[in-house]
Structure formats: structure tokens, C-alpha cells
Design a protein around this ligand. Structure first.
Ligand code: ATR
Length: 277
């Protein structure tokens, strides 16, 4: 059989997902295609989805700005995606569209794959910077993965409070308070777009000192070495690049669609080369 996958979102012309899924198809000896279906927010989303239905895809990814809006058009949503209120992967099976969210879980997979020894200890103290959509996915995936001490720091404290609401394993704080306590954290995860091209001189937090053996992770991958990661590296931190989240959320989606787990050997380095031109 030949698989047909795709991506909806806007703007997505430069998405790396087709490249990633082509690697997976090759690595798992499967035939298939992964096509970009850009949906302009000016067009009717319902009409565009009707057209998509007629294509009889096996599955598709959903990205900005449709991760929440898509839910109303699905036949089923898995419990985890429901909790987050956002879907990035749709499985089309027996005429039904079933929604999943692999973003946060993909992120945690990438982090644990890169630093297995440090992340084996679920009591490590984690700092999540930012409280937007990406933070939400990562935060819930960390809880789901069993981490017991998560602090969410955000410029707007109320958003961090709303995110951590009623979860015993976590608390909310401001970025300033997080800076004061920075040497208590074992894993620091930057989830906002601060530092992304063209604003590469921006940092969400200034590091003057860090705990020994800390992991500092940034989900921004353009550039891979953000200013925040540069500072962390200078202070001796273990650093973790943002493009791995992209790879592992895709790996997880591919597994949902095909039931096959692609081998990830050297894919991280290959994607780095694509990104660096
Ligand atoms: P996404 O859905 O991609 O995560 P978002 O919902 O716009 O994006 O969230 C952006 C996050 O980055 C928010 O936590 C935002 O902080 P506020 O809630 O205070 O707006 C944070 N953020 C964006 N720019 C920032 C900046 N210059 N300094 C600090 N935090 C910033």
C-alpha cells in the first residue's frame, strides 16, 4: 500500500515536516507521500476540510493556527489531546477522523533520548519558561511522564497560574523569581518564541550562574544555538536544541498513522544540516 499524509496550517510553505516524513517512509521501507495543504484563514475552514476529506488521506498533521479549531471537526479525540485542548495529529481510519497531540510527548521523548541518565530521575526540578500553547503541551507531557517538581515561570503570572492550576506536582512564578532561584533547577525549558530569527539577540532570561549538570533546552530552532543556549553553554550547561522536538513529535505521529517506529539514527544531525543550509 501507499500512504498519503499531509499537513494543514498557515503559513506552512516552508515546513520541514515533508522532509522529515519522507525520511521515515524511506527508513521503514514504505511507499507514500506527505503533502502541504495550506489553508488561508480568509477561506472557510469547514469548506477546506470538506475538500480534504475527499482526498481520503491516511492521516495529517495540524499546525498553527488550527490546532484548537480542528477539534470541532473530529469524530474522536484521545484523552490526552482533550486535556490539552489542542490536536496536532489526525488519524483517518474507517471513515473517522481521530485527534491526538504528539507535540509535548514528542518533546519529552527527545529530551529523555538525549539525556537518559539525568531524566531517569523524575524528582529533578524542572523550570518551564513561558505559559503559551507550546508550554501547555510540554507541561502536560512532563506531568504525564511522571516528573514531580515543575515550576512554570511567565512574564504574565496569571497565565502560569492558570496553566499549573490544581496540579500538585507544579507551581507558578514570575521570571524574576525564577532567576533568584535559578541554581535550584536541574532542567530548564524555554517554550516561547523569544530569540527566534530575526530577533536573535533577545533572551527570555539572563543566566549568571547555573546548577552543575543542568540541562538547558530551547524549543526555538531558528537559530539552533539561541543566545540563551549560548549563555548556558558558556556556564557549562548541557544544552538541548529545539529541532529535536520537531523530529520526535513527527516520529510519534508516524507511529500513530502506520504502527511502525522509524529508526532515528543520525536524523538529528541530518536535520541540523538542512536547517543550517
Ligand atoms: P505559543 O502558543 O507558540 O506558545 P503564545 O501563546 O503566544 O505562543 O505564548 C507565548 C509565550 O511566550 C507566553 O508565555 C508569553 O508571555 P506572556 O504570557 O507574558 O505574554 C511569552 N513571551 C513572548 N514574548 C516574551 C518576551 N519578550 N518576554 C517574556 N515572555 C515572552
Amino acid at each position: 500500500m501507499s500512504f498519503t499524509f499531509g499537513l494543514i496550517g498557515y503559513p506552512i510553505k516552508h515546513s520541514l515536516s515533508p522532509w522529515i516524513h519522507e525520511q521515515f517512509l524511506n527508513r521503514t521501507n514504505q511507499e507514500g507521500t506527505y503533502t502541504i495543504f495550506e489553508i488561508n484563514p480568509k477561506d472557510s475552514f469547514a469548506d477546506e476540510l470538506d475538500k480534504l476529506r475527499q482526498r481520503n488521506l491516511d492521516g495529517f498533521n495540524v499546525t498553527v493556527p488550527y490546532k484548537e479549531e480542528i477539534i470541532a471537526y473530529l469524530d474522536e479525540v484521545d484523552a490526552y489531546a482533550q486535556k490539552i485542548g489542542a490536536v496536532n495529529t489526525v488519524l483517518c481510519k474507517d471513515g473517522k477522523w481521530i485527534g491526538y497531540n504528539t507535540d509535548g510527548l514528542g518533546y519529552v521523548r527527545a529530551l529523555e533520548g538525549k539525556y537518559p541518565a539525568i531524566t531517569a530521575d523524575k524528582e529533578k526540578k524542572i523550570l518551564v519558561l513561558g505559559a503559551g500553547g507550546a508550554a501547555k503541551g510540554i507541561y502536560h507531557a512532563l506531568i504525564e511522564s511522571g516528573y514531580e517538581h515543575i515550576t512554570v515561570a511567565n512574564r504574565t503570572l496569571d497565565k502560569a497560574i492558570a496553566l499549573t492550576n490544581q496540579q500538585e506536582a507544579s507551581k507558578a512564578t514570575t521570571i524574576e523569581k525564577a532567576v533568584e532561584a535559578i541554581t535550584t533547577f536541574d532542567i530548564i525549558i524555554q517554550t516561547s518564541s523569544v530569540g527566534m530569527k530575526p530577533n536573535t539577540n533577545d533572551v527570555i532570561i539572563e543566566f549568571r550562574e547555573l546548577k552543575q549538570e543542568v540541562i538547558v533546552s530551547d524549543i526555538v530552532y531558528q537559530p539552533l544555538m539561541t543566545k540563551m543556549l549560548q549563555q548556558a553553554s558558556t556556564l557549562g550547561a548541557n544544552i538541548h536544541f529545539g529541532h529535536t522536538m520537531l523530529l520526535y513529535q513527527a516520529q510519534y505521529a508516524y507511529e500513530i498513522w502506520t504502527g511502525i517506529e522509524p529508526n532515528m539514527d543520525e536524523l538529528d544531525e541530518a536535520l541540523q544540516q538542512v536547517l543550517e543550509g
